[in-house]
Design a protein around this ligand. Sequence first.
Ligand code: ZN
Ligand code: ZN
Length: 327
Amino acid sequence: MCVTPPSDDTTTSDGRSEGRTASEPPTSDEGEDAVEPAAAFAALSDPLRVDILRELSTYRREGGEEPIGFADLRRRVEVRDSGRFRYHLNELRDHFVEKAGDGYRLTHAGTAVVAAVLAGTLTDASTSGRAELDSVCRSCGEPAVATCQEGVCAVSCPNDHRLFQWTVPPNATADATVPEVVERAELLATQAIERALTGICPTCYDPIESEIRVGRESDAEAPPESEHAGSDPRLRAVCDTCGGRVLGPVGFCLLVDPEVAAFYRRHGRRLRDYHVWEHSFVEDDAVSVVETDPVRVSVDVTLDDDRMRVTVDGTGSVVGTDSPSGS
Ligand SMILES: [Zn+2]
Ligand SMILES: [Zn+2]
């Protein structure tokens, strides 16, 4: 039987923007494209600047009318020295804070920094541990075991079949049991697949190209222990900007397809009733390569002896379905 290769993700949302072309401005603020990484990090070098970003974010969360005026903002950050406050606020200007009318507000990049830098640090307890799940490995029938450690949630079986892997930010795992973390990781991974297939990097939102790799060139991405390394078509999307990756079996593309969801619904199920590695369609033998140029792959979806055949193109998009046995 076959390995169900893991999804993997490096989620390096470190805001690296080197190598971006001018044609892909993800923000509304002119000039942010040109931020040198070192300059961006330097802009955050003083704790007061982080306080300013945090306060702008709090103000927005509280529903304050934006932009917020200089004096109000200074009061909220509790800095008496107006000159000092202005200096640090200016250091954030253009990259993370923009002036609008008489006041200031976070840019898109500023919002992202608040999310990336502050979210994980405000919670103290992220979950780590190991638990046997109420699920079995399709390859060998052994129980699936989840391990959560340092923000990575990985599911495998005692025979080292890697079933699933995704990173989960600490604030998403706080106070959760290991099985709950797995559920969240699956949700995040599924959303990431949807974004990647739509051409948006799930981590940094820059454009990303998804592809179905057929043949030996997928060797490099296949886990070395995979029995089928290099032979199976796989979903692959790697972001040039941040290095974020979505890798997995072709069947993962079906997790976000409405017709597959409808097929499940006709059988009284939802896709999310199952762990992502439990679906018949993520198995290698549900997949067959129809054409290699351009790539066309067909994937069988089976439920209660009913079968639907789904055709996926070279970008991982579902381009057709048919149900030989009806429904
Ligand atoms: Zn196994
Ligand atoms: Zn990216």
